[in-house]
Design a protein around this ligand. Structure first.
Ligand code: BG6
Length: 332
C-alpha cells in the first residue's frame, strides 16, 4: 500500500518534550506533550478513550464490562473476521457475533513517536503510535477450533494533535486461503443525537438491518437520526470523508476517512434497543453516541497463503471554536 505521506520516524532532540506511556495491568495509555491522550485495553485492543482539547471524543457505556468478560460496549471495538451474526453454513458460522478480535487478549508490541506536518503548514505535530498484535496461537482453544487459520493481525493506533488513526494489517501465515470481514466499530461521543447530521452518504446504496436487510438508496445529503438506525452503506469512496456535523451550523464535529475500507455502518440503538442491552447505560445514553464504523463487510476479502492486507481509518475531531481551514479533511 502506498503510504507516501506516512510520517517518517526521525530522531527527536533530547530536549523536546516526548509522548508519555503508561502500562497498568492490561491498559495502555499514551499522551502527547500537547495534552491529547489515547487509552487502549488489551482486551480486544479496544480503544476506550481518545481525548483532545480536554474533551473525550469516544462514547463508552457506563455499564461496559472492562474485565474481559464481554466485548467492551463503546470506544472502538475491532470486528474480525466476521461482521454481525455469522452466516449459516459458512466457515465463520461457529464464531460469535462480530468475530473474536474484540474478545481476545492482544499483545502490546510497542510505541513509536514521529513528527508529521500539522494542520497549519508552518507547524509540526508530534504523533505517537501504539502497535498491538494477535495471532492464532494467542486465541482461546474455543476460538482456535472455531476458526482454524494461521493468521497474524497488527493493529496500530496513532494519536496526533487532532486525529486518531487506526490501521489493521491482516496476514495469512498459513498454507490455506481464508476469507474475512473487518470493521472498526467506532462509538463517537456527541452532546445530543438530535443536534447532529451524518454527511457524505448521499446516493449510496445501503442495507437497512432494521428492515430485514433490504437495499435502499440514501437520499439525504445530511442524515438526521430520529429512530433506531442500523445501516450498512456500501461501495463508498474511502477518500471522501463521512462527516458528523452540527445540525445547527453545519460545522464538522468529526470526519472519518479511510483507505481500502469501502463500507460504513451507521448505528444508533435508539430507546428500546438501548434499554434491552444489559451493558448499555444509562438508558438515555443513546442520545450521546453515534457509531460510524469503517469496514469491509458487505462481501469477503480473500487472503491467499503468505499474503497481507492493510486498511486504515482516520478519525479527525474538530474544535468548533477554531476556524476551520479549507483543507479541513486530513490529506494523507
Ligand atoms: C453494529 C451492527 O455494527 O453493531 C448492529 O450493525 C449491532 O446490528 C451493533 O446491533 C452492536 O453489536 P453488538 O454485538 O456489540 O451488540
Amino acid at each position: 500500500m502506498d503510504r507516501s505521506n506516512k510520517p517518517s520516524a526521525i530522531g527527536l532532540g533530547a530536549s523536546l518534550p516526548q509522548p508519555t506511556l503508561s502500562i497498568r495491568d492490561n491498559i495502555i495509555e499514551a499522551s502527547l506533550p500537547t495534552g491529547q491522550s489515547v487509552t487502549v485495553n488489551l482486551y480486544g485492543a479496544t480503544v476506550t478513550s481518545w481525548k483532545t482539547r480536554g474533551q473525550e471524543q469516544l462514547f463508552v457505556s457506563e455499564k461496559a464490562h472492562l474485565d474481559g468478560s464481554k466485548p467492551i460496549r463503546g470506544g472502538i471495538p475491532l470486528v474480525f473476521p466476521v461482521f454481525g451474526p455469522p452466516p449459516q453454513n459458512h466457515v465463520t458460522s461457529p464464531l460469535p457475533q462480530h468475530g473474536f478480535a474484540r474478545n481476545s487478549n492482544w499483545e502490546f508490541l510497542g510505541k513509536s513517536s514521529s513528527e508529521a506536518p500539522g494542520r497549519d503548514s508552518d507547524q509540526t505535530d508530534l504523533t505517537v503510535k501504539l502497535d498491538f498484535g494477535l495471532s492464532h496461537s494467542m486465541l482461546t482453544d474455543e476460538f482456535r477450533q472455531a476458526w482454524p487459520y494461521e493468521f497474524g493481525l497488527v493493529y496500530s493506533v496513532t494519536l496526533t494533535t487532532d486525529s486518531l488513526e487506526t490501521s489493521l494489517q491482516v496476514r495469512n501465515e498459513g498454507q490455506q486461503n481464508f476469507e474475512f470481514q473487518v470493521l472498526m466499530h467506532t462509538y463517537l461521543n456527541i452532546a445530543d443525537i438530535s443536534d447532529i447530521r451524518v454527511k457524505g452518504l448521499e446516493s449510496a446504496t445501503y442495507l437497512d438491518k432494521t428492515l430485514q436487510g433490504t437495499a435502499h438508496t440514501e437520499s439525504s445529503p445530511a442524515l438526521a437520526i430520529t429512530q433506531e438506525t442500523d445501516r450498512v452503506y456500501q461501495q463508498l469512496d474511502p477518500a471522501v470523508p463521512v462527516v458528523v456535523a452540527s445540525a445547527k451550523d453545519d460545522q464538522p464535529l468529526f470526519s472519518i476517512t479511510r483507505e481500502a475500507l469501502t463500507d460504513v455502518v451507521v448505528w444508533n440503538p435508539w430507546i428500546e434497543k438501548a434499554k434491552g442491552m444489559a451493558d448499555f447505560g444509562p438508558d438515555e445514553a443513546y442520545k450521546n453516541m453515534i457509531c460510524v464504523e469503517a469496514g469491509s463487510v458487505s462481501g469477503w476479502q480473500t487472503l491467499e497463503a503468505g499474503e497481507a492486507w492493510e486498511v486504515i481509518s482516520v478519525h479527525d475531531s474538530y474544535d468548533l471554536k477554531m476556524s476551520i481551514p479549507n483543507s479541513k479533511f486530513k490529506v494523507r
